[in-house]
Design a protein around this ligand. Structure first.
Ligand SMILES: NC(=O)C1=CN([C@@H]2O[C@H](COP(=O)(O)OP(=O)(O)OC[C@H]3O[C@@H](n4cnc5c(N)ncnc54)[C@H](O)[C@@H]3O)[C@@H](O)[C@H]2O)C=CC1
Ligand SMILES: O=C(O)CCC(=O)C(=O)O
Length: 456
């Protein structure tokens, strides 16, 4: 049993992960991964294990006290809900959803919601913890959270998606709020999803509560620059990393995995900065042109056809081959577990900048470290999204909205400062950028924990 950890003030302080779900949600609370009866068998492909491996390495270097380490490793609260949705054919289907709140120490929980057929609790746990570390790396006053609904959005109509989003929101409503937990988009969710969440929450709260989610449409209290923010942050991380390697964008060939919010916008911004983007992929496969792709044209093709399939002026490759292409920069911007012990020996990129969360397993990391491949880790390189989400939350609470120039300038300052902080920690401790990011993040969260008091 670990001590109280700064849960929002208007909720009863939980013992362990205790949470009473709303009567509508049929929610259950899972035991956290620190509970004594949960056995850990090392599993390279388990995202929570991947997070914990790096967390333990960084905590060892910091000499973190055992109690503090236990507190910071485990999620504060895990909510699992089952909820009914009326489908278009008249059937009622029951969906499963998660919201994991890893930490409230530095502020409200913050992090996206993903819709995917294979989303599972350990994945959401890892993603929530990564949010805590990410918010700490870029020094925004949030803890970490993440949510997921097990579904296949590609097979669902807009009406079904709206009803599912609203029922999920209602089911987890008790743990959300501008000062409790503030979701945002992630895989297969977007500003429309956020609009439905904001509206559902507001209906229950009996007042428009724009600051309950970020990544909303502009007309509903969204921030200028949020849609592009994660891709923009990835581009800034690439630029800062190239500087440390003495390389220049115009001499850099880039492979981008994923063509959604992060990969698509990331590829477009790299192309605009003069990189030669030779390959892009989506769920259907990858395309390659050694002379460089016309990225805006590729993206408008995807917008029209909802797939890369059939795009001409290029070769088509299977996913696995894309990652192993000869290139200077590899930006995995799709999903977890892409660079693993199985393919790391064939990865040729000199620099890896992670747009996705958890694309590299801990086992692969160790090989890349030994080989001297620079990896700019997810909790630094994809933090542009949550940084502008923070700006959106601030703007909603002020009721005063900034220009796109102000948002982009502040994002730039924040990403560069975070990159420099991590680089300083890398040199101080003589570790990789990944472990340096964890050291920086954990140290900041641990010091807040000590300041708030250990025995609440
Ligand atoms: N949207 C955001 O602001 C942020 C997203 N992320 C992370 O970035 C990653 C991507 O998220 P989004 O771009 O928002 O999602 P998205 O749903 O907009 O796009 C995902 C893209 O990846 C492609 N894809 C899926 N599986 C693939 C595979 N195995 N190989 C190649 N392509 C594949 C999809 O076809 C799609 O093009 C996720 O790991 C997410 O957690 C991280 C920080 C912020
Ligand atoms: O914008 C946010 O609040 C979080 C985005 C997100 O889910 C992530 O950074 O992984």
């Amino acid at each position: 049993m670990f001590p109280h950890r700064g849960v929002p003030f208007d909720l009863p302080r939980p013992r362990s992960n205790a949470f009473t779900p709303s009567p509508m949600s049929q929610g259950t609370v899972s035991k956290g991964p620190n509970d004594a009866d949960v056995q850990h068998t090392p599993d390279e492909f388990n995202p929570f294990e991947a997070m914990a491996d790096r967390f333990d390495r960084a905590s060892d270097i910091l000499g973190l006290e055992e109690g503090v380490r236990e507190v910071l490793r485990a999620p504060d609260r895990e909510v699992i809900v089952s909820f009914p949705v009326l489908m278009d054919d008249g059937r009622v289907k029951v969906f499963k959803g998660y919201r994991v709140q890893h930490s409230f120490l530095r502020g409200p929980a913050k992090g996206g919601i993903r819709f995917a057929p294979d989303v599972h609790l350990d994945e959401v746990r890892a993603l929530a913890a990564w949010m805590t570390w990410k918010c700490s790396v870029v020094n925004v006053p949030f803890g970490g959270g993440k949510g997921g609904v097990v579904c296949d959005p590609r097979t669902m109509s807009r009406g079904e998606l709206e009803r599912m989003t609203r029922r999920y929101t209602t089911a987890i409503m008790d743990v959300l709020g501008p000062e409790r937990d503030v979701p945002a988009p992630d895989m297969n969710t977007n500003e429309q999803t956020m609009a439905w969440i904001m509206d559902t929450y507001s209906m229950h709260a009996r007042r428009s509560t724009t600051a309950v989610v970020t990544g909303k449409p502009l007309s509903l209290g969204g921030s200028r620059g949020r849609t592009e923010a994660t891709g923009r942050g990835v581009m800034i991380a690439c630029r800062e990393a190239l500087k440390t390697l003495g390389m220049r964008p115009e001499n850099t060939s880039a492979v981008v995995q994923g063509a959604g919010n992060v990969g698509g916008i990331g590829a477009q911004l790299l192309h605009r900065e003069g990189y030669k983007v030779v390959s892009i992929s989506d769920i259907s496969g990858a395309i390659y042109n050694e002379r460089g792709l016309d990225v805006p044209d590729v993206l408008s093709y995807i917008k029209q056809n909802r797939t890369l399939e059939g795009y001409t002026e290029c070769d088509h490759l299977p996913h696995a081959e894309q990652l192993e292409l000869e290139c200077d920069l590899l930006a995995p911007c799709a999903t977890e577990n892409q660079i693993t012990s199985k393919n790391v020996d064939r990865i040729q990129a000199k620099l890896i900048v992670e747009g996705a969360n958890g694309p590299t397993t801990a086992a692969a990391d160790k090989v890349l470290e030994e080989r001297g491949t620079m990896v700019v880790p997810d909790i630094l390189s994809n933090a542009g999204g949550v940084t502008v989400s923070y700006f959106e939350w601030v703007q909603d609470r002020m009721g005063y909205f900034w220009t796109e120039d102000i948002v982009n300038t502040r994002l730039e300052q924040s990403m560069v400062a975070a990159f420099n902080d991590v680089d300083k920690a890398r040199r101080k401790y003589d570790v990789s950028m990944r472990i340096a990011s964890y050291i920086l993040a954990i140290d900041r969260v641990a010091s807040v924990y000590r300041l708030r008091g250990l025995f609440g």
